[in-house]
Design a protein. Structure first.
Lengths: 292, 232
């Protein structure tokens, strides 16, 4: 099938907008971070709505004030944060939008959550580098999308019909504060006091929260010395010598030397990704159903 | 030198050795890595090495029968493979004009620059694994005289190719990055190329030898794409 290329043009964006898919899986042994959509739950949902392949590339948008236009027919999908979406100025509440050439889509106020995913039928078609389209500094040519950039997609829908069923989105999960965690390799080295504090206190997301890691404001007393460098993953919770908790996210480096005290469940990484600075989270310790 | 087993999350399992990092431990880690890939290959997303760890991310959650397989596997005798004999010669310019921390480093160590630099390029280093940045090699073999704590406040920008010392480690920044290590020189060689497959040219187990070059040679080699030499 010959597919014609259409373009989405960024008319307005704040920093942080990028292209993401499931990331560079299995390249960590070369020091390459996984990257990929920060909230995979919403990423998967948008591709599911569009009947896309699971790894189709989407736009990840962190801030209000995003506006784009399309030069060709397309079907786009939206998931993630609850936000004010406008098509050609009119408020739109559906999760799938049929686009005609010249249409403009705008993302305004975020009401709940912190990341909107804008997907498109068949996925965005930027050049993959090391098997992924996910932006990462000095791997892909840019690390953020800026005004005026044009992103290719396949337009093969000269007369798109509204064949998709409208899905009512349940966004209650975004209000959840409990992060499910498993004990990390250095968990047992924590003092009983630190363990108690870890699971009884609420922690406040600091302003140092990005695609690499989320920090929390509260400190946790730490007696564990630095460790020999070892593998870390998205969801690994490190405890620095100063008692700072670093929750590693998708762009995290692949190894680290701080004690690894917890590991977030996959669903909790997605939940945390949608939290904003000053919001509270609590850790809920899970044990492995089958142990070693 | 038997590893112990621990679980990280629902689909990551880790082999841990309590021994200090040496060639022998690396030999064990690399041999176990080969054994894991032949035993569990189809179920493995990837293995990642650390100085004392071999972490293995699996496609599926670890259940009772998989964990029992792992425990049994760890009891088996594996064949130790030999470490690579390959030595990569990496040119480094140790001129204080580009090794911006060289002078302060030498002062703190009460060494003259010449002596310090010699201690750095005379040693042979063994690549244990990649981490920290894409293409960053964790090397073992830094002379204890050159061990030096990391900076309290990391530099915002360390140039790609910078050769630096942090703690008991030395390494080369493959890409520009913030960093807390002391920069003592720079190589004109590119260590990471995302357009290439593989994006790095060295392998864990290979050795590195630094070759001291002048600033003129550095400038010249930075202009041209230099071929890296290795010998077995």
């Amino acid at each position: 099938m010959i597919r014609d290329i259409g373009y989405l043009e960024i008319l307005k964006t704040n920093p942080g907008t990028s292209i993401q898919d499931l990331g560079r899986i299995g390249l960590g042994h070369w020091g390459i971070p996984i990257s990929g959509a920060q909230d995979q739950r919403s990423f998967n949902l948008v591709n599911h709505l569009l009947k896309n392949k699971p790894n189709a590339a989407v736009l990840e948008i962190f801030q209000p004030g995003f506006k784009c236009s399309f030069d060709s027919y397309a079907t786009i999908g939206l998931a993630g944060a609850k936000a004010e979406i406008r098509k050609n100025g009119a408020l739109n509440s559906s999760t799938l939008i049929i686009i005609k050439p010249g249409d403009e889509v705008e993302i305004g106020k975020f009401c709940l959550g912190s990341i909107v995913y804008l997907g498109i039928a068949l996925g965005f078609q930027t050049m993959p580098v090391l098997e992924s389209r996910s932006f990462y500094p000095r791997i892909t040519h840019s690390s953020m999308l800026t005004k005026g950039e044009k992103i290719p997609f396949f337009t093969n829908q000269a007369h798109p019909k509204e064949t998709y069923s409208t899905v009512k989105m349940d966004l209650n999960w975004l209000e959840e504060e409990l992060l499910e965690v498993f004990p990390g390799p250095d968990f047992e080295a924590l003092s009983e006091e630190s363990k108690t504090e870890l699971f009884h206190k609420s922690f406040t997301i600091s302003t140092l929260a990005n695609r690499m890691a989320f920090q929390v404001e509260e400190l946790l007393p730490n007696q564990i010395p630095e460790q020999m460098t070892a593998a870390v993953y998205p969801g690994t919770v490190q405890l620095t010598s100063g008692g700072k908790l670093l929750i590693l996210m998708r762009d995290a480096q692949v190894t680290g030397g701080y004690p690894r005290i917890l590991q977030l469940a996959a669903s909790s990484i997605s939940l945390l990704a949608q939290k904003k600075p000053r919001q509270k989270v609590k850790f809920h310790l899970k044990t492995f159903e089958v142990g070693l | 030198m038997k590893p112990s087993l621990r679980q990280i999350g629902l689909n990551i399992i880790e082999l841990f050795w309590a021994e200090k990092p040496t060639d022998l431990l690396l030999q064990h880690i690399l041999s176990w890595e080969l054994a894991i890939n032949s035993q569990f290959g189809a179920e493995v997303i990837e293995t990642r090495k650390g100085f004392q760890t071999l972490s293995c991310q699996m496609k599926n959650e670890l259940n009772r029968s998989i964990l029992d397989d792992w425990k049994l596997f760890l009891e088996s005798e594996i064949e130790l493979s030999q470490l690579s004999e390959k030595v990569w010669e990496i040119p480094v310019c140790y001129d204080p004009r580009i090794g911006k921390d060289l002078q302060t480093f030498a002062n703190s160590k009460s060494l003259d620059i010449e002596k310090l630099v010699k201690l750095h390029y005379q040693a042979r280093y063994r690549i244990h694994f990649f981490g920290f940045l894409p293409g960053f090699m964790y090397l073992n073999g830094l002379d204890p005289t050159l061990h030096f704590p990391r900076k309290n406040v990391p530099d915002q920008k360390i140039e790609a190719g910078s050769v630096a010392i942090g703690g008991a480690q030395t390494g080369i920044y493959p890409t520009e990055s913030p960093g807390g290590w002391h920069v003592i020189g720079r190589t004109p060689i590119s260590l990471f190329n995302p357009e290439a497959n593989p994006p790095v040219f060295t392998k864990p187990g290979d050795r590195i030898k630094f070759i001291s070059i002048s600033l003129e040679e550095f400038d010249e080699q930075s202009q041209n794409s230099t071929f890296l030499t290795s010998h077995d």
